[in-house]
Design a binder for this molecule. Structure first.
Ligand code: FE2
Length: 229
């Protein structure tokens, strides 16, 4: 928030209704905290951190309501989510511990469903079968290929806004695109190479399989069915 693509979110909700998953993993950077970032900000934008958090809280609640009663939401911390802690430590360290944390701000404990917060610093916190979901740290044109070598597990990340998938036959590495409004989030006037996407994970035995789904203009194809907003 607030650079999310509302069309992408609406599409996801249709996909959740169609696929009926057991759980959802949000790969991080759900809150941008642009108000306290070092990047230039649009002075016409007046929305507060609290308002951004409220919007995401509403989205989480809708997701929770779509999941089965024994379902789970895994919320990963992204580097943008971590901006609040860094800001307080730098500018008002006396208030550390007094200001709400991100999980508190988004009401993660109040969704009526099991939820798990995964800190950015703990790369293997979110295990799904034999794969790990992490927000991601490395950022270049070949992040997925680099991660396949660097990490000992199959790995699913966000962060790069690009879609990349590589496998060595036993493990895979995937950077899973983004769900933002590209025209508002891109900082440079060049083609971004970004791709909206999500994936369906299934665990067979101990082995995790990934089915990436690419989103173009509010449309995607899941299990052969075209879904749009
Ligand atoms: Fe990020």
């Amino acid at each position: 928030m607030p650079y999310h693509d509302v069309g992408y979110i609406a599409l996801l909700e249709k996909v959740i209704k169609f696929t009926k998953p057991y759980g959802i993993v949000q790969l991080g950077d759900a809150l941008d905290f642009w108000q306290i970032s070092a990047y230039d900000k649009n002075p016409l934008r007046k929305q507060t951190i609290a308002e951004d958090a409220q919007i995401y809280k509403g989205i989480l609640q809708r997701w929770a309501d779509l999941l089965p009663i024994d379902g789970v939401i895994h919320q990963l911390e992204g580097n943008h989510c971590d901006r609040l802690r860094r800001y307080i430590w730098r500018n008002a360290k006396e208030l550390a511990g007094l200001v709400q944390t991100v999980p508190e701000m988004i009401g993660l404990r109040d969704l009526g469903i099991r939820t798990v917060w995964h800190p950015l610093a703990q790369w293997d916190s979110c295990k799904i079968g034999d794969a790990v979901c992490h927000h991601g740290h490395f950022f270049n044109m070949h992040a997925a290929a680099g991660n396949l070598i660097k990490y000992p597990k199959s790995l699913i990340t966000g962060h790069t806004h690009r879609f990349q998938y590589v496998s060595n036959g036993t493990r895979f590495s995937c950077t899973l695109g983004h769900g933002s409004n590209e025209t508002e989030t891109a900082h440079q006037p060049t083609p971004t190479g970004w791709q909206q996407a999500f994936a369906i994970l299934s665990v067979n035995g101990h082995k995790t399989h990934i089915e990436p789904v690419l989103v173009h203009n509010g449309e995607c194809v899941v299990y052969g069915k075209r879904i749009d907003v």
